[in-house]
Design a protein around this ligand. Sequence first.
Ligand SMILES: Cc1cc2nc3c(=O)[nH]c(=O)nc-3n(C[C@H](O)[C@H](O)[C@H](O)COP(=O)(O)O)c2cc1C
Length: 187
Amino acid sequence: MERIFNYDVMDAIKERWSPRAFSDKPVSEKTLMTLLEAARYAPSCNNEQPWLYIVGHEPRVREKILSVLNPGNQAWAKAAPVLLLILSRKTFERNDKDNYWHMFDAGTSWGFLSLQAHSMGLITHAMGGYNRDLAREVFEIPEHIDIIAAVAVGYYGEKEQLTEDLQNREKPSTRKGIAEIIYPVKE
Ligand SMILES: Cc1cc2nc3c(=O)[nH]c(=O)nc-3n(C[C@H](O)[C@H](O)[C@H](O)COP(=O)(O)O)c2cc1C
């Protein structure tokens, strides 16, 4: 099924999707920093900026992130030249009180990163499929920091490099209609 847009949104939103066929083309340091710049400028509750990125660009860190992914994700994400692990501080820095909005803000930050990446001709694919306990151990992450998601970043490769099953899923997905995402308010 095709994506249908009833209203004309910006190109990056229209065109972004989450492929799995990464090429081995490297991502330059400057490009990667540009993506993190976009992530950095996301809005957040109280301007707390709770997000933290473990950046797997050089092989040592990249391999560590790869090692905590579920096997199903490892199968394709191993080709991505950059792997990120997104963390988020659960408490406000200024008073250590719970920050209810930290995941909301970390999500916004990754959203900015993914759209910036698309606008620069890169692809991104978020992953919730990883071993959280193992990630905490491998990266020695303290309890007041949540581990949210991993993200593969790079350039598009060849669909044929994927297994047949993944090749069949290698396309932009559809969405619910607008009416379905508007919560009904009773009279
Ligand atoms: C938080 C989050 C976790 C996800 N986890 C996985 C995952 O573990 N493996 C995977 O292949 N895709 C994963 N995805 C990708 C989603 O399936 C994908 O974004 C969704 O189907 C919408 O498709 P699109 O991004 O191509 O528009 C995840 C996406 C998000 C935002």
